[in-house]
Design a protein around this ligand. Structure first.
Ligand code: ZN
Length: 228
């Protein structure tokens, strides 16, 4: 029985492919090659070669003309990389004083090079945290992850009060904009009104500040409304 592959046994590029498929599978499964190409900002033709190689390694299930999904082994590696990413982000914010808009970029690089021992130490040092600075769930060491929480702010009806549970982390400008409005995980938000014709959302943050929030930003903020 060959030894099971872990993230360190494959190139950073291949790790990134598995990670992107993991994220895209939430909205599309199987994930089409063109969707992967768009997400990575590369030509579809260049995606196919990597995908075939990952299928040979039994990390992706590749169905021509349909797309790909992660195999069990592929998902294990994707979760390892996501875990590295999110623990690194939290460590940078909590221990090294980074702002939340500065950490994604660093984590994108470091996630590929840290050893399992380094990550295990960070995890222990941080007290086995469950969410990263942007509210995303951190996969456990044995490869389980909670489903992403919340509903997009843009989809929530006026009159609703909820709590910010997470925000998309990959656009530093957006994170800085949200910070100026005091929008971060844990903050209470009341949706007062959706302005007509796709205009901004009128919201109250933290019970006392009234803001207009652009709809492009509202697509990247997720809210728990406690109504199940
Ligand atoms: Zn990130």
């Amino acid at each position: 029985m060959p030894q099971e592959l872990s993230a360190q046994d494959i190139t950073s590029e291949r790790q990134d492919y598995l990670k992107i498929v993991f994220h895209l599978q939430y909205t599309e499964n199987p994930v089409r090659t063109t969707t992967i190409a768009r997400a990575l900002g590369v030509e579809p033709a260049s995606v196919t070669g990597v995908i075939k190689r990952l299928a040979e390694l039994d990390l992706l299930d590749y169905r021509p003309y349909k797309g790909v999904s992660l195999t069990e082994k592929g998902e294990k590696i994707a979760l390892e990389v996501v875990r590295n990413h999110r623990l690194i982000e939290l460590f940078l914010v909590e221990s090294l004083g980074y702002r939340w808009d500065e950490v994604h970029e660093e984590a994108e690089r470091l996630e590929h090079v840290v050893t399992p021992r380094f990550i295990e130490r960070i995890d222990r040092f941080m007290g086995h945290p469950e969410i990263d600075p942007h509210g995303e769930p951190i996969p456990t060491e044995d490869g389980t992850i909670k489903p992403p929480s919340g509903t997009r702010l843009i989809e929530i009806e006026a009159g609703t009060v909820g709590t910010v549970c997470r925000v998309d982390d990959d656009d530093p400008d957006l994170l800085r904009y949200l910070a100026t409005l005091d929008i971060e995980p844990g903050k209470q938000i009341e949706i007062v009104k959706h302005e007509l014709y796709g205009g901004p959302l009128s919201i109250i943050v933290g019970g006392d500040r009234n803001h207009l929030l652009g709809i492009e930003a509202a697509k990247h903020v997720f809210i728990d409304t406690d109504i199940d």
